[in-house]
Design a protein. Structure first.
Ligand code: HXC
Length: 526
């Protein structure tokens, strides 16, 4: 469209109708330019993304004309900010617009985002960030870096107050990565998003390493290796759908109750829940997919998994049980026998903390043989990093319901939401193996010297060792001790588990969330 005949936006003679017409023209021009830039590359424009994320027609843009150099040369800013609704709930959102100077963040963009964040915090609204940006606007120099600093400070202030959900739909490079990193959930679109602190060129110049953007900071890497991405999703629309889905399990702010939906019953689901015991093999070492168990226990089998491919020996995610939004934490016998390692401990700790922040009860399903042994784990700091899971459970004030479905050994038993750490209700399936360690290990420690001495005397000790193991297994590896000491509230038949959890959630629903002992702040092992 030629700009020669268009009305300026700020003329004193402009009527309301002319202003409305001119602003619509400007918006249409900007969107046309954005489409020309994004569509040939198979990407949505920022506005299309917002339209998809928000309930239809609900976007109310803020600072719409900020960044227009002159009315006749309207480029606008590289970010759209505003408020809208998701599932009828008011939210704040910003979407970086790659068609305007690569979505880079300059003075104006920083100011717009900071203003939006301030309002989101003050009005207690969930905040969504759709990221697609070349990073700090080079022309704005240090000012744009300072704007990032402001955004980081606001994200930190918002943390724990309102849910913050980032959807990375394109580049996110340099220190800009800390914007999403400070938020509660990071969703990365599989094909076109990447995040790195230093890009491939700088990496090569500094270290000689040649690496592609995808290998350095692509969605799959962050979803499975670094753990930066909580969800990796194929497709832009699907990524935005995932962001909507996550919000449906969270309140709008920390002072609001977690969502509760009407649940009218589901005959097929309930029949499935009655047979959940069939999904778990009897042999303690046989693998199975814990996700099948989770899906059998939750409403409509709907489980929104977080960190699906990262630290997969533990499974975490959102679900509803009898209409109540809950967080699920479970060991995954299908991956490394479900052992806890550094990454799994941190993954579960972060998720429990997220649930506690936003008032979601945590349902923990335990089937854990122990911590993963070995020097690699010790060197990686399993002591320091494993402690985070203890901190998360022990400091949580939301209802904690724990069910041991097959086995729970040693330290891993205690840290997986045990009664002594603070579980409100702890149950086990009959026949669950609960002990300080496996029978073989215990016998070798308790009888190792005498067995070795007998062997030196030429005695065949295999039968004796087997006897000790059997004896230990019969006397020690069961839920009995845990029941006798009150570590377990009772046993639950597998087929009754769903209803036992429903009952536990009902009786703990009014659990007060007391202010903890006065202190400036906890000092958790970071
Ligand atoms: C100003 C930028 C820009 C930037 C891109 N553009 N990044 N303008 N500042 N940071 C502009 C380009 O000049 C171009 O303008 C348009 O956006 C599209 O960019 P292209 O390069 O044509 O697109 P593409 O080939 O898809 O490459 C995208 C890109 C590349 C990979 C993001 O643009 C790039 O490498 N940009 C620089 C990334 C970077 O190093 N940023 C600084 C990171 S440090 P025209 O007019 O031609 O359309 C940082 C520090 C934050 O962000 C610190 C916080 C504490």
């Amino acid at each position: 469209m030629s700009t020669a005949h268009v009305l300026p936006l700020s003329s004193p003679t402009l009527t309301r109708a002319e202003f409305a017409r001119r602003s619509d023209e400007l918006a249409a021009e900007a969107e046309k330019r954005a489409r020309e830039r994004q569509h040939p590359r198979g990407r949505m424009t920022a506005r299309e993304r917002l339209d998809h994320l928000l309930d239809e027609g609900s976007l109310r843009e803020t600072d719409r004309f900020a960044g227009a150099a002159t009315p006749a040369d309207f480029l606008g800013s590289g970010v759209i900010t505003g408020f809208g609704r998701i599932g009828g709930r008011e939210v704040a959102v910003y979407a970086q617009d790659f068609s305007v100077r690569g979505g880079s963040l300059g003075d104006i963009e920083g100011e717009k985002i900071a203003r939006l964040m301030r309002q989101a915090i003050d009005r207690r609204l969930p905040l969504f960030a759709l990221l697609d940006s070349g990073g700090a606007r080079i022309q704005d120099g240090v000012t744009s870096l300072a704007r990032y600093g402001q955004i980081f400070a606001l994200a930190t202030e918002a943390s724990g107050v309102i849910p913050q959900i980032s959807v990375v739909l394109g580049p996110c490079a340099g220190g800009a990565v800390y914007g999403p990193a400070l938020t509660d959930i990071v969703i990365m679109e599989r094909e076109a998003s990447y995040m790195f602190v230093t890009g491939p060129k700088v990496v090569q110049a500094a270290t000689g390493e040649k690496i592609s953007s995808a290998d350095l900071g692509g969605a799959d890497m962050h979803g499975s290796v670094s753990g930066v991405a909580h969800m990796v999703i194929d497709g832009e629309r699907e990524s935005l759908d995932a962001a909507r889905a996550v919000l449906s399990y969270l309140p709008s702010h920390c002072g609001e109750a977690a969502p509760r939906y009407a649940f009218d019953g589901d005959d097929i689901g309930e029949a499935h829940a009655r047979r959940v015991g069939d999904l778990v093999p009897e042999g303690a070492k046989q693998a199975y997919d814990m996700r099948d168990v989770i899906e059998a226990l939750v409403d409509y089998g709907e489980f929104v998994e977080i960190h699906e491919h990262f630290a997969a020996s533990v499974v975490v995610g959102f679900a509803c049980i009898d209409g109540r939004a809950v967080g699920i934490v479970a060991n995954q016998p299908n991956v490394d026998a479900g052992t806890l390692d550094v990454a799994a401990s941190e993954k579960a700790a972060r998720f429990v903390t997220l649930c506690d922040t936003f008032g979601l009860p945590v349902v923990t399903l335990v089937d854990v043989p122990g911590y993963r042994p070995g020097s690699e784990q010790e060197r990686a700091g399993i002591i320091r990093r494993g402690a985070k899971l203890i901190t998360a459970y022990a400091s949580a004030s939301v209802p904690l319901v724990t069910v041991i479905v097959r086995k729970a050994y040693g330290g891993a038993y205690i840290v997986m939401g045990s009664k002594s750490l603070g579980a409100d209700v702890a149950l086990a399936w009959p026949g669950a193996e609960i002990a300080v360690m496996g029978a073989e290990g215990a016998v070798d420690i308790l009888h190792g010297k005498s067995l070795a001495a007998a062997e030196r005397r030429g005695v065949d000790v295999a039968a004796q060792r087997a006897h000790y193991i059997e004896q230990w297994r019969a006397s020690e590896i069961s839920p009995d001790r845990a029941l006798q000491t009150g570590e377990l509230d009772g046993l639950v038949d597998p087929g009754e588990t769903r209803w036992a959890i429903i009952d536990a959630l009902r009786v703990t629903a009014a659990k007060p969330r007391p202010a903890r002992s006065p202190r400036v702040r906890p000092n958790p092992p970071l």
